[in-house]
Each structure stands twice: as structure tokens, then as C-alpha cells.
Design a protein. Sequence first.
Lengths: 639, 524
Amino acid sequence: MGRRTGVGLCAAPSTTRRATGRTLRVRRRAIIAGAAALAVGLTAITWVALRGPVVARVLLDCVPGHAHPFAVEYVSRGELLDGTLGVGSGGQPAAQMVDITVRGRATETCVENAPDAQVFALELAELGGEVIVAPGIRQPASELLVGTSFVELARDGAVRSIRFADGMSPVAQNIVRDLMSHRSMKLAPGAVSQWRAQEVSLDGSYTAEYRVQRASETGARLHKRRIAPGAMTGRAQVRYVDGSAATIAIEHAWLDQLDSTTEVEVLSGKTVVSKSRTHVVLRGGPVEPRNPAPLRALLATMRTSRATPGDLAASDVDRRLDDKIQRDELGDDTWDTLWTKVRAADPDEPKLFLKMRAVFRIHPERCKDAAAALAGISSFQDKSFMILASALAATGTPEAQAALRDAISGSAGKHDNQDVLVAELGNLDRPDRATESVARELAAHSTNDETRSVAELALGNIAHALTDSEPDRADALVSAALQRAQTATTLDDRIVSLHTLGNTGSARSLEVLRTAASDPDARIRQAAAAALRSLDGPDVEPLLLSLAVHDPEPAVRAEAASSLRQRRVAPTTFEALAQLVRRDPSEAVRQTLIGVIAGGAELFPEAVDVLDWVAQHDPKADVRRNAQLALVQLRNANG
Amino acid sequence: MKIIACTLLAAAMLAVVASPADADRCSDLKVHPKVPLTFVAFSRMNPQTGAPYGPNDTMTVSGTAMPALQALDELDALERQLTALGYTLRDTDEKTLAELGKCPELLASQVAIVDQILHDPASPLSPGSIADKVRLKLELAETLIPNWDALYAQIKDPDRDVYLPPVPTFTAPTPRPKRTELKPLQKERSWAWEMGEKNSLWVQLLASFRIDGSKTEVKSAAKGQINGSVLGLWEGEILGADANASAGGSTTVAAMSLNVRAIGKTVFSKSWSQKVIRDGDDKRYDVHPEWSYRFSIGPIPCKGTVGFVGSVGVKYSYELVPIALNAFAVPYAATKLFAQVGADIGVARAGIGGEVTLINDFVTLQGSFAVSFEDEPTLVLELTGKNSVECLSGRLYAYAEIDYGLGTWSGDFTIFEWTGYKKDSDLFKFRTTWGPNGVTAEGDLTAEDVMEVTADNEERRLVDLENASQLRAFEVFDAVARDLNGEAAALVSSERDRHTVIAQSIDDAIAQFRAEMTRVTGGG
């Protein structure tokens, strides 16, 4: 800052150009003044340069029985700007608006100080302001933010968990959670001037940059800036608007002052779906002594209760939200009313699918009814069969999986029905061991060839589903699939085993698939090209590229190109495909390559030129048209 | 080993010469025996191992492997014969065992015989005898060789026999009409279509059908793919289906494979390999992918879930017999969008209503290829593609109800509403016939098809022109041949031959006469 001021003073004298004597006198004065300012500025710069950045070792350390009072001000305004969540063309009325103002007193009383964490009790009092969660619906803040909550801090100052006050409403819990999210910090372990840390809030993870602004023997003042949200599965795209920053003052190893602002936009594609701005101010007062015993007793009671502690990411809300969504979805319907609707002439499939899933989640005992119903349906083409089977697989609970297994055994005489249900086992998110056993049994011993194949393919999908949650089970399934691939002799068995390996997505499949990719039989090579789409790793892409460019069989080249479409290709691969799309003799291959080229446009701007060339010069009108459509899509995406 | 090779060579010579002890005639061989030597057998130890040769050991002699003990036995037998003549194989210097006999006395007797013949007046080689022979020949020449006048008179004699070569028969070269080659047929049709925006809802359809056929084999590849994108949360393959079939070629077995992928996972795969394939079915699988995401409004966590539910699959019917294919494949998807939303506000109730068809699509791919052999092979290839699509139609709305004690606030808003796109269309319809009567192509022809047919017609026109030229040439040559084979042409030919023969005979006679004269007179 001092440096900028100095530069600004240096620039000031050059503005006057008149050559009169008065002017000269004025200019002389100006020169003198400028020189003086320059001297002051240079001195300041030198002082700053010699002094260097402010370094401090900052820590939080609470003393049990010490109560830290704060004047608190919390203002949060959130609005759903696009009620269509980015799907519609805009102009829809906002569905939800939240406007919350809380002013009053907050007290943080240290309750525990353990080597790895410290816990303080949070109490809000003398509150003013109101909470508006829908037009015309207001509630005083003092009625919501009641009771004593307990906040556990890690040694670096990050909020680990929050035990909300008994009886605190979800809205109040979320206000407290947000308040604590602004209060949370991640301090560096040593003496530093600036650092970066990964933190988490209601909007997901983000990177924060800290800088020490001032340091003294008793404390320090920090500047915190939220730089960018981190990638987080299951989260909408979040953008921090400039100004999402905080000033944090720490005195005597505890928070003293906080002035924090966040301005967050939630995006769906390029559309801003919602926007929230929150401003939190905490101004600390002198520490007061307080008997921590009653608070400890309360904390102990809370710890023994079954209430799940909350966290800043609101993981605890997921179950509540899911449960709420399912109950809202089910409404007044029951299994009986839904079964009647499912059997109607033209059932509303997506609605009944969601309602059936809600029944199975809320009333797991109804899964048995679904199993019996499935076994009684004569054809898998009956819409009711699809609704029930899909709802059970999407529910995925142990009861739902048991129902699927029962339905499979109950459909023993109807192979087509059985195959559809067996394939559903491969759609489960968390297939249990009993489900895996059924699939294994059918793959090994079913009297029907197609059922055996479908079960084997489902086992590949089960292995993929278990990769992260139960790697040992997944690994065993991959080993079995590899063994089958190596011992398969008939063409049918060989192709099925290759697709199964592809379904596993395991890198261990690569060598078998690499060998298959050079098999003299084009059908084996095509199966290998298809299976490679699910594999990660640096060796997969060159293998697919080689098949796409060099294989003599058009069907194999098209399959390899289709698999490459699922990946973010490397620059050399993109260049090779850009050449291939201009010269491959098969139009099916060129059609598929257009998708790959268009998919890479985000990373490779030259994709537009390639597509433009194809749109103008390809000998086949259908291919030219496809390239034109891809170009339109790209131009739309780029606004 | 060299010693053994030389030894066996010497043995062969000895076998020829060693029987007589001396020569009687000039043509006989003379043997030079010496004082016999003591026979010493060759060692049976292997010099390479130092151990005795076993019955299974071999040694290579002059490039031929043979049992070592047998080779040494034969060597000993030879050594025994040589030592009896005073020689040994162990002596590596060159020796003369035998040579042809020399006969000077015989040559001297031959000289005497020649002298006797030359000095005997009665001998046929005496000068008198030779002079008599010359005289006799001169007299014969004077009596037998006619003078020129006599000879001319003789030539003019019409009754004189003349040996003439036969009059040749002329034939025109037989024309060989050319035919255009029946080339392999290779036809491919593809189709791509898309609608929507990837940031909201988007669907894309890709279909292709290819048939490669020839007189001896046929291959087909049908492929259908439906891709989609939902709210930018997901983009991927909803359905992937392919069916490949082949018949004929190097194997007499027809083969086919069918694969179905749903949301990127292979759910069905089957392959057939048999002489004749006739199969059809409907393979349909359920899909219900969904994507949940969290966001917040102020401090209120909200959760949205978007997905689609429905079925994808393929209906198929294939008939494959040697060099004939009838294929019917219908990849299809019938999926509807769903969404759920919830906010962590205890007093509020929210949900999603309505129905949006993401995509209902049936791509019918039909193709056939057949070879018929009546007089000439004829290839018939047919490709037909149809599509029935309905997508992005319907209304999806969100509703919220908030109970605030004194009453209920409720509202709803439309998430998505569109009449959608619905169309039944012909993607392609193509038929081509390649036969002896030419090429025909009908339906949706590409520039390539038209060029192909035009080129083939041009080729046929050239071949027809060439055949017509050949026929015309044949007619001309045939007429010429018939003229040449007529009486007048034969008379001309025979007279020409006769004159030629006579002239040649006279020339020959004169040449013979002069040669004889020269010989008799000794060139004087």
C-alpha cells in the first residue's frame, strides 16, 4: 500500500505545461513538494522492504472456565435466482428467498482442552433480528437460536463438529453452522507470514489464503481470502465473488475480532442458479470466568445421546434431507395405492418409480411385497415390472437387495424376466455379499446361456461398484473375471469375459485387453476396444488410438473412437484423431470421431477448425451435417 | 575326421582295382604291391570325450552322420586290405596303387599295316584305284546330266509331275467377348441427429449400417448409439448397441455377435457360430441413473436430484445362410426425466411434478444381401433406416408448500416445459443390383453411389464397344478367309507354289551339277 502511495506522489508534478514565470515558480514549488514526497515514499518503501513480511506463529488455546463474550452480527441473504435450476430459459419466479438478520451477544466458554482438540460452549443471547425463509414468513431470531451448542475445534482452529442445542430447529442449526463456518480457520503450524489451507463450508470445500497483517506479543491480525472452491462430488458448481474475505484478530490465543463476508454463486452450467451473501461480525470483550462443570455435564449428556453431531459441510443434513425428500415424494400414498397405480393402463413411470422408491426407503418391509409382485408378472415388458425392478435397485437397501434376489429365484421359469433382474444387480451402488453370491451362482451354474452371460457381466459391474467401498471384494471379483478371460475357449465366452473385465474398470484387466486388441478375430478386437472405455491409466489411450487409426476393420475403429469419446484425450491423441476424421474411409468412424473432437473443444480450441473443415469437405452429407450440429452446440456453449 | 573322409575315398578306389594282381592287356590296370605291413586296428576311443564310443554314438563322415562303431569297423577293413598291399591309411603321402598299362609294340604293328596298304596296287587306296573311280564318275556325269535345252523342254512338258505343298485353309480368329468383373459391393449409411443443449438437456442419436458383400462372402455391421446430457451434471451414453454378422468367405460357418450397453455398462453380449443362423429377440434392460447435488440458499442446505428412468435395448432378427443375409435391428430407448428437490427447512414441503420425456427413440436398421446364380451371378444389396423419435417433451415443475402456522404458502414454478420434438422419418433407403445386365441403384443415392453406377456403366460401355469391334473384325477376317479358301485363290496359290518349286528345283539341279563338276574335276 505504501509503495502505491509513493508512486502516486511521484506522478503528480507532470500535469502542468504552461511556460510562464508564475508557472515556473509554481512548478518549482511542486518539484520541491514532489521531491519531499518522493523522499518520504522511498523511506517508507525502504522501511517496508527492510522490515519484510510480518511473520507470526498463531494458535488458539482455550482455558477451561474462560468465557469469551462477543457482540455478534450475522446477516445472510440468499435467493434462488433461477427456479428452473438452469434447465429452463429463465424468467421463472424465484422459489426460495432467505433473509436472516441476527444481532446480539454470543459467548464461547471453554469446556475442554485436550491435546488434539478443544471444545467450547456457544450460547447466543439478547438477540434481535428475524429469520425470513419464504415471502411473508418471519420468525424472531430469539425464538430460533436457543440453548447451548458445543463446538469442537481442531488444534489448528478448524471447526470439527457441532453438537447443536437440544430442540434447536434445522433452520437455527444451519444459522449456527454458517456462523461457525465463518469463525472457522486453519492456522499454520509454524511461524509464517502467509499460507494456504483447504477448508470446508456449507458450499463445499474451498482453498483459503491467509496473510499475517499485524503481529504483536499477544496476538495477530490475519487476512483470509477464499480463492476457489474445490472439486467435490455431488456438489453444484460454486463461485466465490470477489470480496469473499475475512479479517481475523486473535488475542491471547483466542478469537478477538472477526469481520467476514462471503458472496457465493451456485451455477448450473453457465447459469447462476442461486446467490447468497453473508456478513458476520464478532467483536470480543474481556474474558469472564465461569464454572465449566454444568456445561461439561450437558456435553456428556449430549455425547451419550444418539444425536449425530453436525459439521460445517452439513453432512448430517444429508440423511435428514433424503428422508424429507422421500416423505414429500410419498405424500399420502401407500404400497397398496401405488401398486394399484402401477397396474393401471398407462402408469406415470417416473413418478411411480420415485414413489415406489420412497415406499421402499420409508417402509423397508414392503420390499417383500415387491418381490412377490415381480415374480407374479408374466412379462418383463410390462411397465409395472420395470417400475418395481428399477425402484428396488435404486433403493439398494439390504431389504431391497433381498427382494431382488427373491424375485430372481421366483422368476426361475421366465428367463427373460430373470435376466432383467440379474442385470439390475449390476446397477446397485452397494451390492451386499448375498447379492454377489446370487450373481456368482447364476454365472457359474445357470442352465440358460444368456442368464450366465448377463450374470457374469453384472459381476463386472458389481466389482466396479465395490472398488472404493470394499476393495478386497472388488479385487476378488476382478481376479475371477481375469481367470475366466484366460480360460475361455468359445468365441461367445471370450467376448463376454472381455466385456466383464471392461465393466470392472480395473487396471488389472489391461494386459488381457491389450492381448485381445491384437487378436486376429475382429470381434474379439471390437470387444477389447469397447471394454477399454472403462479403464483409466496412461497406457489405455495409446492402445485405443492405435485401434482407431490402424485397425483394418471399420467396426473396430468405430468402437475404439467411441471409447475415446469417454475420455479427455491428450494433445497428441487429439491431433491424430483430427487427422483421422478427415480421411477414414468409414463414415460411421468419422461420425463417432466428430463426437470425440467436439468433446475435446474445451481443451483444444482448434477443434472448431477441424469440425468446420469436416462440415464443409466431408464427402457424405450426413457426416457434414453432424459436424455442423456439433459446431452449433459448441457455439451455444461458448455463448 | 579328414583322415576318415580320405580313407573312404581311397576305399572306393581300392574296391575297383584291387582284384587282379597284374595287367595282361594294354587296357588293363597295373597294380604296384609292396611288402605287406602289419595291420593295426583304429582306436575306438572318442577323441573329444576320451571315453570309448558307445553303440548310440555317431560321427559325421563327409557330411553324413553314421554310427561311430560301424564307421570304425569299415575303416579297419580297408586298412586290412591296404596293409596286405604294403600301404596304410596312416601314411598321408600320396601313393600310386595302380595305373593303366602302356603298349608300344601294338602301336608299331599298326604302322606296318598302314605301309602295306599304301604300297599294294590292289588296295583301294592306291593311286591307280583312285584314278579309275574319278574316270567313272565323269562318264556318269556326261550321260546323266541333261543339257539346258533338254532341261527347258522338260520343264515345259505339261504332263510332268510336280510335287506342290497343299493349299492352306484360311480361318478368321474366333472373337472372345469380354465381361465386366463382378466387383465386391461395399455400402455404408450413417445418420446423426441431436437436439437440445448440453448445459440443460441434450440427446444425440447415431446410427450406421454397413454391408460388404461379394460372390463368396457377406459381412454386415449395424450400430446404434444414443447419447445424452442432463443439466451439465452428466454427459454420456444412454444406449450402445451393435450387431455384426458374417457368412461365407474362408469358413462355411455363419457368425454373429450382439452387444448392448446401458449407461456405459455392457448388460448383454451374445455370439453365434453355426452353419445357418436364424434368430430374433427383444433384449430390454432397465436404466435409472441419477445425479444428486447439494447447494445452499443463505445458510439453508438444499439438495436436488435429477435422473431418468426407463428402458433401453435392441430388437433384432437375423437370418444368415451362406452368402445371404437378412438383418433387422432396432436399438431403442424409452426414458423419462425425473427430479427431486428438498430444502432443509422443517416447515416446508417441496417436490417436483410433471413428466418430461427425455427420449423415446426407435432406430430401425434393416439390410439384406443376396447372391443369385442363374446364368451369371447377381448381387442384390438393400439398406433401409427409419427412425421414430420423441424427445424433450412435457412439463416438469417444482412446487413448495410452507406451513407457517396461520396458513400455508404454496407456489410452483416450471422447471422445463416444451412440446418437444416428435418425428417419424426415413433415414435412408437404398437398393442396388449388380448383375450381368448392368448396375442399378435406387433410393437415397449419394454422389458416391451415382459416380459408382456411372463408372460401372462407362466400363460396361467400353467393354461392349470392344466386344462389338471384335465381332466386326471377325466378320471381316471370316470373309477374307472364305475368299482365300475359294477355287481361284487356290489356283493362284498352287500356280505360285508350282513356279516356286520348279524354279527352286532348277536352281538346285544346277547347283548340284556344278558341285559335282567341281568335285570331279578337282576344282580345275
